[in-house]
Design a protein around this ligand. Structure first.
Ligand code: FES
Length: 62
């Protein structure tokens, strides 16, 4: 499966981010950054992390 890399600085894939959201109750942006390392370089991927978090939470609540 082709990996969609969200954070190029830290080489974190969308799959890793979604997995983290699904496996940690009430996860927030800071938790995602701490757990996966995403967003801890240049920071340009942070809006995308927020988008994924929002999207996955909506899925979980529907
Ligand atoms: S791309 Fe994620 S911190 Fe730079």
């Amino acid at each position: 499966m082709e990996e969609n890399i969200i954070c190029h600085c830290m080489d974190v894939s969308e799959h890793e981010i979604v997995y983290t959201i699904k496996n940690n109750e009430n996860v927030n942006l800071q938790d995602i950054m701490t757990i996966t390392g995403a967003g801890r370089g240049c920071g340009s991927c942070i809006p995308e992390l927020e988008e994924i978090l929002k999207r996955e939470k909506e899925k979980m609540n529907s």
